[in-house]
Design a protein around this ligand. Structure first.
Ligand SMILES: [Zn+2]
Length: 390
């Protein structure tokens, strides 16, 4: 076991990070020749579900680990980093839709302090693309003149999501969408899921390990996905199209609620333990504020999970029309929604590739509108009406 185990299908990135971690250890040991292998700012990019923040976290653990090779996965330091309790690793997870300049300046100050464990002071910045322009400027100054022991690990979907001045100062770690078979193998080996269920879930999740795990293990999640994918066959008129839009938004909300509740419960339990909850479940004096603060953070995160969930439903829907298009073009690719083969064939026979392309464009337009904060129900209704006419 090592810290790299969770990075399914990311062999190239893992190799890059392993050797950087070795260079980091050599540098701390006074070997100046190792300097080129290590640097102070890293940018982890890759599609949703590829495991950007998991890769950054594994790298942080390897940098703090004193074993050889670093990143053993079983020492106290590795455990602390992976569990998020290491004193010299700060994880920044913007809870709202953007990250402001005041917070960033405070972060830059903290990042400049010397590491208490004597190795690196690491800041792992998830969703760095949410930094506002002013925040990005504050960040840039810190990256331009880094204190000798500070390491910035930024995560974003693609290099283009960050301003060029920051991007050009970071070493790039590119994660890819892991192959469905690699994700399926991981589900079989670690979660004991049946191979055929695992492969179907891995294909449906399009490389997102967490999503695949949820689909494989939770019948409700499978049912909600089925509902999303049945939408194309329900668009038989204007009224059904409007109803289908409402059902899609409701299914995405239900999915988001389930995800958020699972996260929230685990966090509250962890915080209560950390604050010294008694065996009878009573909390010590003066801890209400911390719990209240967590609740606030969770509320603002819930908004984001809701958006992400609707976006994923739209991507599921797009994958359906992509499968239809591939059939229409006779392309020899494995369908994402192999479990819907008969339906896909019927849909492919009923329309022309040009129509399918227009439908795909309607879905992408809906995603753009949601991104621009249009009311979700209105945006989705406009989309289902376009999907109906084709
Ligand atoms: Zn270790």
């Amino acid at each position: 076991m090592s810290v790299w185990d969770d990075l399914v299908g990311q062999e190239a990135a893992v190799e890059q990070l392993r050797s950087a971690a070795r260079a980091g250890a050599a540098l701390l040991a006074g070997d100046r020749r190792a300097a080129a292998g290590m640097t102070h700012a890293w940018l982890f990019t890759g599609p949703p579900g590829a495991g950007r923040s998991a890769a950054a976290r594994a790298f942080a653990a390897a940098l703090q680990c004193r074993e050889d090779p670093p990143g053993c996965g079983h020492c106290a330091s590795c455990h602390q980093v992976l569990q998020g309790t290491h004193a010299d690793v700060e994880v920044v997870r913007p809870a709202g839709l953007s990250y402001g300049v005041k917070e960033t300046r405070e972060l830059v100050l903290r990042a400049a302090s010397s590491p208490s464990g004597g190795r690196w002071q690491i800041v792992l910045f998830e969703d760095a693309e949410r930094a506002t322009e002013a925040a990005a400027n504050a960040l840039l100054k810190a990256i331009e003149e880094p204190p000798p022991r500070t390491v910035w690990l930024l995560c974003a979907p693609s290099p283009d999501d960050l301003v060029v001045t920051i991007r050009s100062r970071c070493r790039l770690v590119t994660l890819r969408t892991p192959p469905a078979q690699a994700v399926a193998d991981a589900l079989v080996q670690r979660d004991g899921i049946e191979p055929d269920v695992a492969l179907e879930a891995a294909r449906a999740a399009q490389g997102d390990l967490e999503r695949a795990r949820r689909l494989a293990a939770d019948p409700e999640a499978r049912r909600r996905r089925g509902e999303v994918l049945s939408l194309p066959t329900r668009l038989t008129g204007v009224a059904p199209a409007v109803q289908a839009a409402a059902a899609l938004v409701a299914a995405a909300d239900a999915d988001a609620k389930a995800t958020a509740e699972e996260l929230n419960e685990a966090e509250v339990a962890q915080l209560r333990r950390a604050l010294g909850e008694s065996e009878k479940g009573r909390m010590p004096r003066g801890t209400a504020g911390a719990l209240k603060e967590l609740e606030e953070r969770q509320k603002s995160r819930a908004t984001r999970i809701k958006r992400d969930s609707l976006d994923r439903a739209l991507l599921d829907l797009a994958s359906y029309y992509r499968d239809v298009l591939m059939l229409q073009l006779g392309a020899p690719v494995e369908p994402v929604n192999g479990d819907k083969a008969a339906e896909l064939r019927a849909a492919a026979a009923e329309s022309a590739p040009e129509t399918t392309l227009r439908r795909l464009e309607a879905i992408m337009e809906c995603r753009r509108r949601l991104d621009a904060n249009v009311n979700p129900l209105l945006a989705v209704e406009a989309m289902t009406l376009s999907l109906r006419t084709g």
